[in-house]
Write a protein that binds this ligand. Structure first.
Ligand code: S3P
Length: 443
């Protein structure tokens, strides 16, 4: 448990958030399936990404942690074995709390010559896996839920010949898209995944850097297709992981909430499929400047954030929905906290996916905001927040969800009295040093 008081001082200074979680997972996975070595800098050493490393070690991949001799930069070296080099694990693969590991790894395992089983913690065992079981089965894979409830543990029978499919995913999900694409690498024909809106495209950008023939196409109606032509070998490469915009979002929020704050968050990934939070907050009047923009494969920038009073449109309302939602899906809990302090009514819609994250985030956000005195109503696909009510400290039940714990630690800075985050350890899933970095900006 951790206690946090209302911040009487502005937040000032510089912070380097840890590496992007989605890119870190993929750098291990794609490195393992490549020929030659992959050298990763900026890797996120958190619970989720360490789960990915452990799974690939069990699949026979040598992964070494070292420091670069000249500058001491921590580096991870993955000794890839090519698309057909994984070995049969001698026990169940354990993915911890990580949906990305569970779903992407399932796509890879579906194409292997050996049988395997995959499961995770109690949260993972409740998350929907039918969304990958269905398309992978259509590709010819033999994958099923051990308990028959469409959740993990998943049993995957090896030795199946896979074929490419054209799949219309009902949800914009990078995990679903990536699981299909990874199985598609082993298929005998092209794979196309259509989604209602483009979800994060790290798999596409990174697989291309590893040598795959893959690209996105967006049609006039805005529907998006990801197209993979299999047959190209993957080759090890160098990956420099930018800071995670999902982690940066907590400091953006803290600076916007506490009067007088002025914070620079360095080297943050600003891929357009991830940065919806920046455009929404800017529309609400947030002072966020992008400095030192670097347009590499995964673009990045320093984010300079100054305290700002946020507002709605001329009717005092603000709506967030549609194609923007996948670009800020993990930032919606902290966005809801910001909205609760803004002088407007905010409607979050088209975000039913929040219900199937590490916790049911519609419930966990609304219940905790209400407990702090906010005026918020849950809806079927989001919530309605009548902002501007004063917040007060209370006990926060994070439901063991890292993003809920961090969002309400930030809310605490603007709440009268003391807020206690009951399960603070869960921040280790994506940001082990979160409380230390937050404290450093306050003192
Ligand atoms: C992720 C995709 C998103 C996101 C998750 C990470 C990824 O999930 O919420 O934290 O790395 O592909 P969905 O694909 O289920 O939307």
């Amino acid at each position: 448990m951790i206690s946090i008081e209302k911040s009487s001082k502005p937040l000032t200074g510089n912070v380097f958030v840890p590496g992007d979680k989605s890119i870190s997972h993929r750098s291990i996975m794609f490195g393992a399936l490549s020929e030659g070595t992959t050298e990763i800098t900026g890797f996120l050493k958190s619970g989720d990404c360490l789960s990915t490393i452990e799974c690939f070690k069990k699949l026979g991949i040598l992964i070494e942690h070292s420091q670069r001799p000249m500058n001491g930069v921590p580096t991870i070296t993955v000794h890839g074995k090519g698309l057909r080099g994984l070995k049969k694990p001698d026990s169940t693969l354990y993915t911890g709390n990580s949906g990305t590991t569970t779903r992407l790894l399932s796509g890879i395992l579906a194409a292997q010559p050996f049988d395997s089983m995959i499961t995770g913690d109690s949260s993972i065992e409740k998350r929907p896996m039918n969304r990958i079981i269905k398309p992978l089965s259509q590709m010819g894979a033999d994958i099923s839920s051990a308990m028959g409830n469409d959740c993990a543990p998943l049993i995957i029978k090896g030795g199946k010949k896979l074929h490419g499919i054209s799949y219309h995913s009902p949800v914009a999900s990078a995990q679903v898209k990536s699981a299909i694409v990874l199985a598609g690498l082993y298929s005998d024909s092209d794979t196309v995944v259509y989604e209602p809106a483009l979800s994060r495209n790290h798999t596409e950008l990174m697989l291309r850097a590893f040598g795959a023939d893959i690209h996105n196409e967006v049609d006039v109606r805005g529907s998006s297709a990801t197209i993979l032509h299999p047959g190209m070998p993957l080759r090890g490469t160098k990956i420099n992981v930018p800071g995670d915009i999902s982690s940066a979002a907590y400091f953006i929020a803290a600076a916007l909430l506490v009067p007088g704050s002025d914070v620079v968050i360095h080297n943050v990934g600003i891929n357009k499929t991830r940065s919806g939070i920046l455009s929404i907050l800017t529309q609400m009047g947030a002072d966020i400047q992008l400095e030192n923009v670097n347009e590499s494969i995964e673009p990045r920038a320093d984010l300079h954030v100054r305290y700002s009073e946020l507002h709605g449109n001329e009717n005092g309302r603000f709506e967030v929905g549609g194609k923007l939602i996948p670009t800020m899906i993990d930032e919606l809990p902290i966005f809801a906290v910001i909205a609760a302090t803004a002088n407007c009514t905010t409607i979050i819609k088209d975000a039913a996916e929040l219900k199937v994250k590490e916790s049911n985030r519609i419930d966990s956000v609304c219940n905790n905001l209400k407990a702090m005195g906010a005026d918020v109503e849950p809806t079927d696909d989001g919530m309605i927040i009548h902002g501007g009510k004063p917040l007060h400290g209370t006990d926060i039940d994070s439901d063991a969800d890292h993003r809920i714990a961090m969002s309400f630690a930030v809310a605490a800075l603007a709440a009268e009295g003391t807020t206690r985050i009951i399960d603070d350890k869960c921040v280790g899933i994506s940001y082990p040093e979160f409380f230390k970095d937050l404290r450093a900006l306050i003192n």
